[in-house]
Design a protein around this ligand. Structure first.
Ligand SMILES: Nc1nc2c(ncn2[C@@H]2O[C@H](COP(=O)(O)OP(=O)(O)OP(=O)(O)O)[C@@H](O)[C@H]2O)c(=O)[nH]1
Ligand SMILES: [Mg+2]
Length: 454
């Protein structure tokens, strides 16, 4: 697989100022020479030069592109790379890629450039995954965490843990050589203590995934309520854009509408829904069915109530539906005199109530805080490094368990051989995080989640 030279568009498909085509492999330079129809093209590495690209067999000029050569091993993949910064015309980019395929390149698989970088030791697996996370990040906080991981922070944190594990394995291994002797009591206690400390450190790191999962996967929040209470207005205010249609006609919103907003670093998918009421209008009925589904799918429901109006049966119906899951109440239109606050408190099922006005923007910050509050996500993400990847979390938990079971065997005076089994497992799990011992099929699966051209 390594031998073939691969090509892909590294910028998104579609019209753009420039489109970058990447070629990697031993024939990258030879293919470029053919594309340029210039056998004497000997570029200085890491220097861009403007060159005409031509159709094969003495054909027309396709484009004038900036050509940059990265000489192996000083490139992203560790192989020879040529990057062509062309004009961002979709048919042009397609023609250039087709020409390179005709000349002998192969289309890159998703993440294949990064995978080659990993195989050639240019980066470890956690850094490769960080590149994907950086590209997929939906909030600044997620970008910052991915950048820290890309900088090698996770592998740097795991390195001392691996060393401590080896510090424990070595005396156990050497005591195996003297079969007659049991491990002296004081050494056994020291080893046991070291294992507990290690397990605790791993647990603390793994526990950060509670926040990391939020940062990566975010929350789904549905706004529900009877017609005209201001769901769409709140949705627009939070988005700071007139995304949904707002009118004073009840039943304006017919379909669910979703967008992502950033609440303290968490990507929150907010969904505006059709107002819940009994209607003979077929379209409205379908809309209300979609509202019910959005309520069921949500991590959190914001029941919007018009605080300036008396509570109605439809408000109660929405509270009843929402009470099946986690919900809060947004008491909207607080710029108008409030009506019936007591009954609202009575009927809220002691759910938190945020007083807001979509019109003036008052109370929106508190509403955002109340939305993420039950997920303990109010602490700042920025200062601490957190685990954001379920694979890492799973391996850290497995490492911790393996260490704890070895510690348990040790305290029950089991043979060193048995104790060592768990410790070697632990070492392997840590190696799987950074990629040293990750099985090939797992690697293939990980890289299949990357985009093409990366
Ligand atoms: N005074 C005041 N009026 C508001 C506020 N929020 C919304 N409105 C008005 O209430 C009316 C209904 O607003 P919408 O946002 O369309 O209400 P909705 O809940 O989405 O209604 P449906 O889509 O019909 O379910 C509009 O006339 C808004 O301008 C507010 O905070 N204060
Ligand atoms: Mg609406």
């Amino acid at each position: 697989m390594q031998a073939t030279t691969i090509v892909a568009l590294s910028t998104p498909p579609g019209r753009s100022g420039i489109g970058v085509i990447r070629i990697s492999g031993t024939s990258a330079l030879a293919l470029t020479r053919s594309l340029l129809q210039d056998e004497n093209f000997n570029p200085e590495p890491q220097r861009a030069s403007l060159r005409p690209l031509r159709e094969p067999n003495g054909g027309d000029i396709l484009d004038h592109a900036l050509v940059t050569y990265f000489k192996s091993p000083h490139s992203f993949t560790g192989e020879d790379i040529v990057e062509l910064s062309c004009h961002g015309s979709p048919p042009l980019l397609l023609t250039i890629i087709d020409t390179l395929l005709y000349l002998g390149a192969r289309t890159a698989d998703p993440g294949e450039f990064t995978m080659r970088g990993l195989i050639n030791g240019r980066l470890n697996l956690t850094q490769a995954e960080a590149i994907r996370d950086l590209i997929d990040a939906q909030t600044h906080a997620a970008v910052r965490q991915a950048a820290r991981q890309l900088g090698g922070e996770l592998s740097a944190r795991l390195q001392p843990l691996k060393s401590s594990l080896l510090d424990v394995i070595v005396p156990l291994e050497s005591s195996l050589e003297f079969v007659e002797d049991d491990l002296p009591q004081d050494i056994s206690e020291l080893v046991s203590h070291k294992l507990l400390v290690l397990a605790n450190t791993l647990k603390a790191l793994a526990d950060t995934f509670r926040k990391g999962r939020l940062l990566k996967e975010g929350l789904r929040v549905t706004f529900a309520g009877r017609p005209n209470v201001g769901k769409s207005s709140l949705f627009n205010s939070l988005l700071q854009s007139e995304r949904a249609i707002v009118t004073d006609i009840p039943g304006t919103t017919r379909d669910t509408l979703s967008e992502v907003i950033d609440i303290k670093g968490i990507p929150v998918l907010i969904t505006d829904t059709a107002g819940v009421r009994t209607s003979s209008d077929r379209i409205e009925q379908l809309g209300v069915e979609r509202t019910q589904r959005a309520i069921v799918d949500a991590d959190m429901i914001v029941v919007v109530i018009d605080g300036s109006q008396p509570l109605g049966v439809e408000d109660l119906r929405v509270i009843e539906d929402a009470a099946q899951s986690r919900f809060i109440i947004a008491l909207n239109k607080n710029d108008l005199p409030v009506n019936d606050l007591e009954s609202i408190h009575e009927l809220s099922n002691s759910a938190p109530i945020s007083s807001v006005s979509a019109k003036t923007g008052s109370g929106l910050d508190s509403l955002c805080t109340a939305i993420i509050e039950p997920f303990s996500a109010n602490e700042i993400f920025e200062s601490n490094f957190i685990i954001t990847n379920a694979r890492h979390y799973d391996l850290l938990c497995r490492t911790e368990n393996a260490i704890l079971s070895s510690q348990n065997l040790l305290s029950r005076h089991a043979s060193e051989e048995l104790v060592l089994v768990g410790l070697y497992d632990a070492l392997r799990f840590l190696g799987n995080v950074t990629g040293e011992t990750t099985p090939e099929d797992v690697l293939t699966q990980i890289f299949s989640t990357f985009c093409i051209g990366k």
